[in-house]
Design a binder for this molecule. Structure first.
Ligand SMILES: [Zn+2]
Length: 302
């Protein structure tokens, strides 16, 4: 599939940005991020092994500034945690305000119209019985499908997109501003560490995967459906590298990293609360004791 990303911006970071920010990479989880302030721990996994780094990479086209403030984000996280009796004490004891950070997260946003054609090899099997002979008759098909493509401010979920983004969407890109590093002053920023070719390849394979899975969803009654060829042509296309605001609280429980994330533009929340071992045991014992007491009362009354 050939996707011509001709309008794709190719901005590079300027040396003044290099001087203003401190760039880090984390050998433990592979994250790359930067901030104005000096950092001692990784934003994502909490590792203290982060080391300064700089590598040439493309610069964002736009940025959606934070409109939800830290207090509102921390309230969302507190509300989620309140009443969760099985949440480990080591987490409820955390200083939520201190642990929550404002992070600009990079995404690819695509606006495009076009057409696509695809052909798939597929098999239809039918079992038969003739006298004493039994078997499966297989017919081989070449299926052709075509359709219109329409992307409107879609965030492309490449393998570099953080998992929590899909749970706190949407973001309203009409409110995005032209990128200026001054927006990053008080926040951390995560960056795509890729050049134009790598970025195009990543975007291309994501679009292909999405189209193939949509076509496959529409094919029923066949087995072993394999893509034979795919052709995509765009009438118009506009791909942008945008930074979106996220309030993030990461914490470790029993060696595993958990995240609470709040959309910094709309306030949407996502997060999963781990179940604490001793909290679970306490709860279980409490229920056991209540049942035992009820049992004793019933025995006494009868
Ligand atoms: Zn890390």
């Amino acid at each position: 599939m050939d996707i011509n990303l001709k309008d794709f911006a190719e901005k590079q970071w300027e040396s003044e940005d290099r001087n203003r920010f401190k760039f880090y990479e984390c050998p433990a989880c592979g994250a790359k991020f930067f901030s104005r302030e000096k950092r001692s721990h990784c934003v994502y996994c909490g590792s203290g092994m982060i080391k300064p780094c700089w590598s040439e990479s493309i610069k964002p086209d736009g940025i959606i500034p934070f409109t939800v403030d830290k207090e509102q984000a921390v309230d969302k996280i507190r509300n989620f945690c309140s009443g969760k009796k099985l949440l480990p004490k080591s987490i409820t004891d955390l200083d939520f305000s201190r642990e929550t950070m404002g992070v600009y997260v990079p995404v690819w946003v695509l606006n495009a119209k076009g057409k696509s054609r695809a052909s798939f090899k597929a098999v239809k099997g039918e079992s038969f019985k003739k006298g004493k002979t039994e078997g499966i008759k297989k017919d081989y098909y070449l299926l052709k499908r075509e359709g219109e493509i329409f992307f409107e401010d879609n965030i492309l979920k490449t393998d570099k997109t953080h998992g929590f983004i899909k749970d706190i969407e949407p973001y309203y890109f009409a409110e995005a501003k032209t990128f200026d590093s001054r927006y990053l002053e008080d926040f951390l920023c995560d960056k795509f560490d890729s050049d134009k070719d790598e970025a195009c390849e990543n975007v291309r394979s994501t679009i292909e995967k999405n189209l193939v899975s949509q076509y496959k969803n529409d094919i029923s009654g066949f087995s072993n459906v394999q893509l034979e060829s795919m052709d995509v042509s765009f009438d118009s296309q506009d791909l942008k590298y945008i930074l979106v605001p996220v309030w993030l609280m990461n914490f470790k429980y029993e060696g595993e990293i958990h995240s609470f994330a709040v959309n910094g533009q709309t306030g949407s929340f996502t997060g999963k609360a781990p179940v604490g071992r001793s909290e679970y045991l306490k709860y279980f014992l409490l229920i056991f004791v209540i049942i035992a007491i009820i049992g004793v009362i019933i025995a006494f009354l009868t």
